[in-house]
Design a protein around this ligand. Structure first.
Ligand SMILES: Cc1ncc(C[n+]2csc(CCO)c2C)c(N)n1
Length: 230
């Protein structure tokens, strides 16, 4: 009898490692209320401002990805992702801010909250000291969990999709363009993990779990409008 070798993707292991954390994010009141279209706009603005400065550092992660890439195709794709954050995603944030009467200067002057600092500095530390595979593992929950949220919300029917403000947010994260970028990141993660020893794989998994927890904390921070205590 011929033996069949069971090959499972590393990204599936990552997904399993953080499934429970993602489920807790999906059940968080910030996302429950956003989905229902009942979220207090003050909480959304708080999120938007923190997210804007988060994205500045997050875009740098992809710039690091470009630097650490060893082939032109990967280098180009990371630079495309960096461009997409700075122009598409942050562009939407700028439009939103305008609708809420918040200027671009005000967005840029946002004081980062402790949670935003924890998340961005963690990411940048991985980028400064880690391999390209570590960069991929640390950035992946951000993209993948938002795709999941976007697609779930877009299919959820009334509520957020009838909301004049929150609808565009869902449309962006459920778009095919974002879906393709996420799929590319999942694919590169699997390629980079291929053949690595268990010790390295465990390190990648830790980054993925940590970033997933920080994603949860980001929703929680916005819901509680949590800045500095002093
Ligand atoms: C805290 C936080 N986590 C994830 C995202 C979503 N996101 C950030 S960059 C990117 C990919 C390309 O633009 C996606 C999907 C966010 N906005 N804020």
């Amino acid at each position: 009898m011929q033996m069949q070798t069971q090959t499972s993707k590393f990204s599936e292991r990552l997904y399993e490692s953080s499934k429970m954390i993602w489920e807790q994010s999906h059940r968080h009141p910030f996302l429950e209320e956003l989905k229902a279209g009942t979220l207090d706009p003050a909480k959304f603005i708080f999120y938007l401002k923190q997210d804007y400065i988060y994205l500045i550092d997050y875009a740098k992660m992809f710039a690091y990805g470009s630097i650490k890439a060893t082939d032109l195709q990967t280098m180009g794709k990371f630079s495309e992702l960096c461009h997409s954050i700075l122009n598409v995603e942050m562009g939407l944030h700028r439009q939103y801010a305008e609708r809420f009467g918040v200027t671009q200067e005000e967005l840029e002057r946002t004081e980062p909250s402790p949670t935003t600092i924890a998340y961005t500095k963690y990411l940048l530390d991985v980028a400064a000291h880690g391999s390209l595979a570590e960069v991929a593992a640390a950035v992946l929950p951000c993209m993948w969990s938002y795709r999941e949220i976007g697609v779930l919300f877009a299919a959820a029917g009334p509520g957020v999709m009838d909301h004049s403000l929150y609808r565009d947010w869902v449309l962006m994260y459920s778009s095919d363009e974002f879906g393709e970028l996420t799929d590319w990141c999942i694919g590169i993660m699997d390629q980079l993990a291929d053949g690595l020893p268990e010790q390295e794989l465990a390190k990648l998994e830790q980054h993925f779990i940590m970033a997933s927890k920080l994603e949860y904390m980001f929703w929680d921070m916005a819901y509680r409008l949590k800045g500095w205590p002093v």
